[in-house]
Design a protein around this ligand. Structure first.
Ligand code: SF4
Ligand code: SF4
Length: 324
């Protein structure tokens, strides 16, 4: 797996945006060129990666988005697109004409501040137009968690009945809104309750990286399994490749530095280099208890999000969270 970041431009300003450090530090072009994108497709070929995962910024704002997608499809690859759903009409029409088996669009949706949100209306239209090619994603960035609005959204739009749940992890700067490990257990209870509502509606919940087993009780983990939630405890170098052909571990760890994607780079070797760089920090984990945790010893849990672990050892920030 590797993500290609084709656009540094976005038309939303999510408070939890993981890409903030990367966007602040980046001196690269705003959009990937066709020539650089072709080199990155060569990199995916060398790495035996069959899925082209496009993200940004907002990837669909790339002025040549359709040409880039055509290049990927011409190599018999499938497309995965991480979008906020506010895409140009021509792009939406193009994507809606692609075969369902070649395309997976994750529409990242924030909880609307009011029922009549124009943003949510456009996202609803995107899900409806793409149907089974698309499904919602939701990033948890505060303890107040309302997910139930996603169930009627899926039913009304006829999109794929899957929700990708993410935890908003901290950028190393800590400048994005994020959840803190001491909040995980309370969030775990809310997530399990929601999964219990989603399963009877035929909606499957998938977990993104950085969830940990100890945020759920044993009974809660059994309930997740019974609901066939796609539960996993992962943290590894995803590889996000920017428009200048530089790979980072993942957005929250952008400040750990990048590696150039050269004419003979392959994803496995780049990941191994990032794993070597981060090994000394891995020993710690997000909690002091991780050091003696059986789940850690067996390899079931990697110790949570490495960015959160690194933040543990930085000077504390004064931050007041006010209920919204
Ligand atoms: S290793 Fe740490 S985060 Fe993972 S289950 Fe154990 S205590 Fe929780
Ligand atoms: S450090 Fe690990 S868990 Fe955190 S965002 Fe990166 S890959 Fe995900």
């Amino acid at each position: 797996m590797a993500n290609l970041s084709i656009s540094a431009v976005c038309n939303q300003q999510c408070a939890y945006c993981f890409a903030q450090d990367w966007q602040t530090a980046s001196d690269g072009p705003a959009f990937v060129s066709l020539a650089e994108f072709t080199r990155q497709l060569d990199f995916l070929d060398r790495s035996s990666i069959d899925q082209v995962r496009l993200l940004g910024g907002e990837p669909t704002l790339h002025p040549q988005f359709i040409a880039l997608s055509d290049l990927a499809l011409a190599r018999h690859k499938s497309l995965m697109i991480f979008t906020n759903g506010l895409m140009p009409k021509a792009v939406l029409e193009y994507l809606s004409a692609l075969p369902e088996g070649r395309l997976n669009v994750m529409v990242n949706i924030n909880e609307p501040e009011s029922g009549a949100s124009p943003v949510l209306a456009r996202q609803r239209d995107t899900l409806h137009t793409l149907g089974a090619r698309a499904h919602p994603g939701f990033n948890i960035y505060r303890q107040i968690l309302q997910l139930d609005f996603l169930l009627p959204l899926i039913a009304e739009t006829g999109c794929r009945p899957t929700i990708r749940l993410g935890l908003a992890h901290p950028c190393l700067s800590g400048h994005n809104r994020h959840v803190q490990p001491h909040q995980y257990a309370a969030l775990g209870e809310k997530i399990v309750r929601f999964v219990g509502h989603a399963a009877p509606a035929g909606v499957r919940v998938e977990f993104d990286c950085g969830f940990v087993p100890c945020m759920f009780s044993e009974a809660a983990r059994q309930a997740l399994r019974a609901a066939q939630a796609d539960v996993g405890w992962h943290c590894n170098p995803i590889l996000d490749v920017d428009a200048a052909g530089r790979a980072i571990h993942c957005y929250p760890l952008a400040a750990l530095g990048s590696l150039p994607v050269t004419a003979d780079s392959a994803a496995g070797a780049l990941r191994a280099t990032f794993e070597d760089r981060t090994r000394p920090y891995r020993a710690a984990g997000i909690y002091p208890e991780c050091a003696a945790c059986p789940a850690r010893a067996t390899g079931e849990c990697p110790g949570g999000c490495l960015a959160a672990t690194l933040r543990r050892f930085r000077p504390a920030e004064f931050r007041v969270e006010t209920p919204l």
